[in-house]
Design a binder for this molecule. Structure first.
Ligand code: ZN
Ligand code: ZN
Length: 268
């Protein structure tokens, strides 16, 4: 929790120091009808830096700790989830790639949790089994014997309500402690591990898609105004207030705007 607090504080201060001024600057530029060469170069640099978007730790093909795709010789693959890790990014770091299978921390934890659940289930099952045996030998013996006697002389539809309930309870208990149900529960534990892995990979895929969506939306927002201007019919574009905000050669407003549009679209 402390680490998350620190990271989110860092993110916030970086956001306030870097992103907000940049957004404000671009908003100011938007008000101008034409931009100086310096301003155009600045915008171009921003667009280029956005295109060089670095990979995030949850992207495919990068180390899950540092998020950098380098030093392939030191990259270790988890034998369960295929996630990549640098040997030196692990805690504690490994000196070399281990010979046998290797599992990442989240896979080890998931496996241990599933095993613990199975063990505690078995323990409870055993205790209940003993208790059930004890009860059966003492108090329930008579009723079971009675039921056996009833079953010899009567068909099921002739049983009293209590006799039917008793028979169904016995059958249910037998079924619950059968190897079939036990096997099924073990399979469930395995399926849980599988689904956890699937969930992890899907959530990383989702994060990835989300990042790309945000990136593309930002890019689209930059490109769209210039395309709309180009596609707009001449009558509409001639009604633009060319004189507002143009600090360079205001008497040649129309020609100036056209060249500015061409530059923006080629940059995007
Ligand atoms: Zn790394
Ligand atoms: Zn793993």
């Amino acid at each position: 929790v402390e680490l998350v607090d620190i990271l989110s504080e860092n993110f916030k201060s970086l956001y306030e120091a870097e992103v907000l001024p940049l957004v404000q600057k671009l908003m100011d530029y938007k008000k101008f009808e034409c931009l100086s060469a310096e301003m155009k170069k600045e915008i171009k640099d921003v667009i280029i830096s956005i295109n060089k978007f670095p990979k995030a730790p949850w992207d495919e093909g990068v180390c899950k700790v540092c998020g950098v795709d380098k030093d392939d010789d030191s990259v270790l693959l988890c034998d369960t989830c295929d996630a990549e890790y640098h040997t030196y990014c692990l805690n504690p770091p490994l000196i070399r790639i281990p010979d046998g299978n290797w599992y990442c921390a989240s896979c080890v934890i998931a496996k241990r949790m599933a095993q613990d659940a199975l063990e505690s289930y078995k323990l409870v099952r055993r205790r209940k089994g003993k208790k059930y045996q004890g009860e059966l030998t003492r108090a329930s013996m008579e009723t079971t014997a009675h039921l056996a006697g009833v079953m010899e002389v009567k068909d099921y539809w002739e049983f009293s309500a209590e006799e039917r309930i008793l028979l169904l309870k016995l059958l249910c208990d037998e079924l619950l402690s059968s190897s079939l149900v036990h096997q099924h529960l073990e399979q469930c534990a395995e399926a849980i591990i599988e689904m956890q892995q699937k969930l992890r990979s899907l959530s990383s895929e989702w994060k990835n898609t989300k990042m790309r969506e945000e990136f593309l939306t930002a890019k689209l927002a930059k490109v769209e105004p210039s395309i709309l201007k180009e596609m707009g019919d001449p009558q509409n574009s001639s009604s633009f207030p060319d004189h507002i905000g143009c600090n360079q050669q205001p008497q040649e407003g129309v020609g100036d705007r056209v060249t500015h549009d061409d530059d923006t679209s080629s940059a995007g």
